[in-house]
Design a protein around this ligand. Sequence first.
Ligand code: F6R
Length: 364
Amino acid sequence: ERGGYEHFMLKEIHEQPQVIRQALAGRIDEKGRVRLEQVFNEHVWTEIDRVNIIACGTAYHAGLMGKHLFEKILRLPTDVYHSSEFRYGDPVLSPRSLAIFVSQSGETADTLAALRLCKQRRIRTLGVVNVIGSSIARECDKTIFTQAGPEISVASTKAYTAQVIVLSLLALYIAQVQEMPGVRVDEAVAELTKLAERAETCMELEEQMKGIADMYRNMPLCFFLGRGADAHVALEGALKLKEIAYIPTQESPAGEMKHGPLALVQPGVVAMFGATEPDLRDKVVSNMQEVKARGGTIIAVTTDDDTVTSRASDDVIRVPTCVYPFMSALLSIIPMQFFAYHVARLNGCEIDQPRNLAKSVTVE
Ligand code: F6R
């Protein structure tokens, strides 16, 4: 049932092109318009003045990408909360806000409790959930399913990609309903439909990542850094490495380095930089140089048209260039997943069942 793969995690990483297709299936019409009208009536979207995205772990990281898109595309103020902090944090909730709950399992206790709190306060709720029939899916006013298929590996991979795709579709759908000037929904949708094929190209990066994993498998610490969407993906890349390979990680926006974390850099330390955002690349390169000057090793994940990062990095990994930079950033999680997987494998770690972790966290 692992389909010839040694572990479910590896199978699920390789499923991502198909998962992207499935997440889009039935949600784009022949004119290239987004079809999500079963979610809320169109007038609801004009009433919403604020979005709160609430989730844990990997789903929280997908939520950060959601915030990036909601604010960039829609200029709709969006906050992302860890479910546990939201529910005990006495949140300020506008009656016109929408609460989005992102969850693969649909059973995460803190996310479910946060959902019940929003329902008590009569806030509109929307689930982005993978498991059909799960508690969060049943209790949200509306749910969009990520359609990623069962995810067996404890470390989430394909669910993350599907969550980001669904949040992108939602942002584009809201732009379409509101007829937002300046947002070319059809163009963005066309790019989304190319993403599965581009993810397939990224599968070819596995060999390269295996080699890089072999070189650095004994690293004492691995930084994950980036700016903009790359900073959000960095958090997810770091979570993968720590949870399955037990390598200590330090993840933060690249611009935060000199405010403290830079003190941890010394020879032997590795820094994985996301540099897919062309407008932020020069700034990322100066952060790379700061780490390199202190003896750190630089791995850059960038796009195939980038000509500037290679001079500052020891290893360069290239994902396809997309018209919308967040899509390249999303693709950049694939090599990071391979990196975590192969470091763990080479170090003999239990990949599908990492120590101390459970697939579905149903206790608070
Ligand atoms: C990490 C991971 C966890 C989950 C988190 C939320 O690889 O799997 O961080 O993302 O426990 O779980 P769901 O999405 O089921 O609510």
